[in-house]
Design a protein around this ligand. Sequence first.
Ligand code: LCV
Length: 259
Amino acid sequence: MARVSMAKDGAIAVLTLDHPEKRNALSDALISELLSALDLVRTDSTRVVVVRARPEVTVWSSGHDIDELPSSRRDPLGWSEPLRALVQRLQNFPAPVIALLEGGVWGGACEVVFACDLIVATPNVTFAITPARLGVPYGLFGLQTLAGAMPRALLKELIYTAQPIPVQRAWALGLVNHVVPADSITDFTLDLARIIAANAPLTIAATKEQLGLLDQSGGWASADLERLQELRRSIGESEDYREGLAAFSEKRRPIFRGQ
Ligand code: LCV
């Protein structure tokens, strides 16, 4: 079953997340289709990509497919997991990618959205970053994407509380480019894409690549990286991690003991 659909409107490619039954959870299958679609539209004729969900959904994406998280004994959000590839593919895509958002954006889906170049959202959009609700050890690469997109105080609040914030707050802080009513968001976003598509693509591609480099210009000691990797592995093996997954599947609140 197709979980992503694709349409081309001149120089604009529109990729639609299309698995509402599971609230567009970022399963391996959905990510793999999204990666293939990005590869297919990566041609000289594509000047802008729009990534959206079906119109008028209440959840844009529910984040990682929790059913696919490993039950224990390894880093669940390790370097090799598919979301890492998706975020990199969006960041390295040579043309701008616009996230057209409706509804809730949860967990790993926030990384996908903030890896995009521009964000246009309806007033009902919310963002929640949830590893502390599931007991998941979040990775440095994911944090880097999020930290590049928002003020540190907001990022800490989002992760520590795991509560959704309304798009209006994100817009006021400059995380979101435009908030547009649902009945006009498609036309608005396509108009924005056409303006970009009419401009010089080489200038835009070089600007995107250079801004990406500036975002990565932190110098980290490898010892610190290794220590953090070890710390995350130990969280992946903790009782709290197992409790977070069990609570989700049993539809109850988790009880975390810090072990
Ligand atoms: C698998 C799902 C999911 C789902 N996975 O509909 O960033 S981290 O570290 O947190 C990372 C590990 C991560 O991204 O984790 C995922 C974070 N996401 C969440 O915590 C959101 C989990 N989902 C929800 O709270 C609700 O589903 C929302 C509020 C998004 C939507 O609620 P709604 O009432 O509209 P249901 O809960 O009834 O969901 C419909 C079906 O989709 C499954 C869910 O289990 C249900 O399946 P069944 O119909 O078989 O019961 N589903 C939803 N999200 N992330 N499965």
